[in-house]
Design a protein around this ligand. Structure first.
Ligand SMILES: Cc1cc2nc3c(=O)[nH]c(=O)nc-3n(C[C@H](O)[C@H](O)[C@H](O)COP(=O)(O)OP(=O)(O)OC[C@H]3O[C@@H](n4cnc5c(N)ncnc54)[C@H](O)[C@@H]3O)c2cc1C
Length: 338
């Protein structure tokens, strides 16, 4: 039997089936709660239960380190009674905006020895409706899905450009380099809560690890196209120079953006800090280059340990926790679409 879920002090309610997550039920009903990985790792979907009882889906933990004792992860909870939620924030969305397409591979190039730059085209006349920073899911033939961030801005909507790191033994990514023009993939889009607010003017620091550069590229190209000019620092980290696989895009922003600072960080890079390159991890680069983050926003994207380290460094430098936004590339299959 489904339970009735309502949002505290708001005219918003939806049904949640047994075993369904609160997050998925809300999204399906057109109520957008903050979220990213939907796998109980990133902590973007934390919120409170104002009334009622929840349990973990299939015995999963309903809290992780990002939760205060009052908070739970909405992506891991299913209701055990009718509930009232007290989310961090919420908005209404059109639940029919999410669509499935058969996309065609337009081109597939190696941007680095272990990174494919995959360009997909939608069927003629179709448009991808997404916002900068969102991601799509590729449906594999075993029914599981893999998530990849859009690297193109929403204004370029006839397809998707994806930056895919080859994971050794990975079911999809280890094979991606073999995809050829004309091959087809089933994709569903859009996913992901957009963290950056359009009316913000404060300086922003982007911290990207490896292919975490993809959503940053989408956001920066979108800001440029919309002529939004906030002061921007980009810290992009990789093991070596080859991992910073799209330097021409950065060079373009450096030319076009009046207040743009780029800090490449190489964890196995030069022994000393040479020129503009920081020798070390991105969290160390953030500490060194941005010692005072009060009055800033930080948007961080990459692997779970990298995001955790950057979150801690940002807090030490005075960033308010509400101003830290993360897209965590949690590995492995995603939950089926909401
Ligand atoms: C919201 C979101 C956005 C994402 N966007 C991107 C993106 O733009 N570009 C991108 O390259 N990836 C991205 N990812 C990761 C991506 O969805 C896949 O998880 C990744 O490509 C591995 O898929 P696979 O099928 O090759 O590996 P799987 O077959 O799923 O995994 C094989 C094995 O490798 C491990 N593994 C998988 N990935 C990693 C990893 N990164 N590091 C260490 N071990 C790993 C798994 O735990 C498993 O043991 C994103 C993930 C999320 C949740």
């Amino acid at each position: 039997m489904s339970h009735q879920i309502s949002i505290e002090a708001a005219d918003a309610a939806f049904a949640c089936a047994p075993g369904q997550s609160l997050l998925d039920a809300a999204l399906r009903a057109g109520i957008d709660l903050p979220y990213s990985c939907r796998k109980g790792v990133c902590g973007s979907c934390v919120g409170q239960i104002a009334a009622g009882e929840v349990t973990g889906i299939n015995g999963a933990a309903i809290r992780n380190d990002s939760c205060t004792p009052e908070q739970v992860l909405y992506c891991m909870c299913t209701p055990a009674s009718d509930l009232v939620l007290r989310p961090m924030s919420w908005t209404r969305i059109d639940p029919s905006a999410r669509k499935t397409f058969t996309a065609r591979v337009h081109s597939n190039e190696l941007a680095a020895p272990d990174v494919s730059l995959l360009k997909l085209r939608l069927p003629t006349g179709q448009r991808a409706k997404f916002k900068a920073g969102q991601y799509l899911q590729i449906l594999l033939d075993d029914g599981s899905t893999r998530s990849y961030s859009f690297a193109n801005p929403p204004q370029e909507s006839d397809g998707a450009i994806l930056h895919i790191r080859h994971v050794a033994g990975g079911r999809f990514s280890a094979q991606v380099a073999q995809l050829a023009p004309g091959d087809t993939l089933q994709i569903e889009l859009p996913f992901g809560h957009v963290a950056l607010r359009e009316d913000e003017t404060r300086p922003i620091v982007f911290v990207a690890g490896g292919t975490g550069f993809a959503p940053v590229k989408s956001i920066l190209d979108d800001l440029l196209k919309r002529r939004v000019q906030r002061p921007v620092t980009l810290i992009w980290g990789a093991r070596d120079q080859a991992g910073l696989y799209l330097r021409p895009a950065v060079a373009r922003w450096q030319k076009q953006w009046p207040d743009f600072r780029f800090v490449p960080a190489l964890s196995e890079g030069p022994a000393d800090n040479v020129g503009d390159t920081f020798a070390g991890r991105v969290d160390q680069a953030l500490r060194a280059c941005c010692p005072d983050l009060s009055g800033h926003e930080v948007y961080c994207c990459g692997s779970p340990p990298m995001v955790a380290a950057v979150r801690a460094a940002a807090a030490e430098s005075g960033l308010a926790s509400a101003d830290f936004h993360a897209d965590v590339f949690v590995p492995g299959p995603s939950a089926p679409p909401a």
